[in-house]
Design a protein around this ligand. Structure first.
Ligand code: PRP
Length: 215
């Protein structure tokens, strides 16, 4: 993270110490979730790799939609982290909306059942819509959402997903903006949870087997 600090001018050591601790408090470190760290088996994608990838995705999207209207639709809850980071790398006027769906519950395998828990706040007819997802696993959620949104007649409808699990899709999915392909293992972090935990980890990782037992 790029933290810029204005040069200090004639400050007492106490004042400097105070300022430094305020700066430190703003910088996310892995140590701020030590309880989660203990459950991590292996980091698959580091925070730096994710940030680099998200920046590049943002640059591509900026170029592709230059001069056009663009509405980002985040699929809650998992996509909220990607949505926040990605949107700040898209240098265009943007609008935001969210849908909340559920397919996993507290289990680690997809059920294939997709429920809409929250629908869009606004109409999308004639709009350029970019659906933002954290992960595509079976593809059933995305397939359902795309079919559903197409009936609302957007001008364009594309997908940005940070992760795609290799070789497990039960339906064909087209992800125009994809971050990483990962092996078909259960992962947490960067928005992805196990039993609602681990979403705030800055990286994508697998969990130790014992982490599942404590749920
Ligand atoms: C995850 C993820 C996708 C979906 C992908 O959501 O965010 O929406 O599963 O799985 P699929 O390709 O097999 O359909 P989840 O249901 O875990 O909800 P959450 O985002 O609230 O954690």
């Amino acid at each position: 993270m790029d933290v810029r600090v204005a040069p200090s001018v004639s400050r007492s050591p106490e004042e400097v110490g105070e300022a430094d601790s305020r700066i430190e408090a703003r910088v996310p470190t892995l140590a701020h979730v030590p309880d989660h760290e203990a459950d991590i088996e292996r980091i698959l994608i580091s925070g730096d790799e994710i940030q680099d990838c998200v920046r590049k995705l943002g640059e591509r999207i900026t170029a592709d939609y230059d001069g056009q209207d663009l509405l980002l639709v985040g699929v809650l809850k998992g996509a909220f982290v990607l949505m926040a980071d990605l949107s700040r790398h898209i240098r265009l006027p943007l609008e935001f909306d969210f849908m909340a769906v559920s397919s996993y519950g507290a289990a680690t395998k997809t059920s294939g059942v997709v429920r809409i828990l929250k629908d869009l706040d606004h109409e999308i007819e004639g709009r350029n819509v970019l659906l933002v997802e954290d992960i595509v696993d079976s593809g059933l959620t995305l397939n359902y959402l795309l079919k559903n949104l197409r009936t609302r007649r957007p001008a364009t409808l594309e997908v940005c997903a940070l992760l795609e699990k290799a070789g497990v899709q039960q339906v064909p999915v087209h992800i125009r903006y994809r971050g990483f392909e990962i092996p078909p293992v259960f992962v947490v972090g960067y928005g992805l949870d196990f039993d609602e935990r681990f979403r705030n980890l800055p990286y994508v990782a697998t969990l130790k087997p014992e982490a599942y037992q404590s749920a």
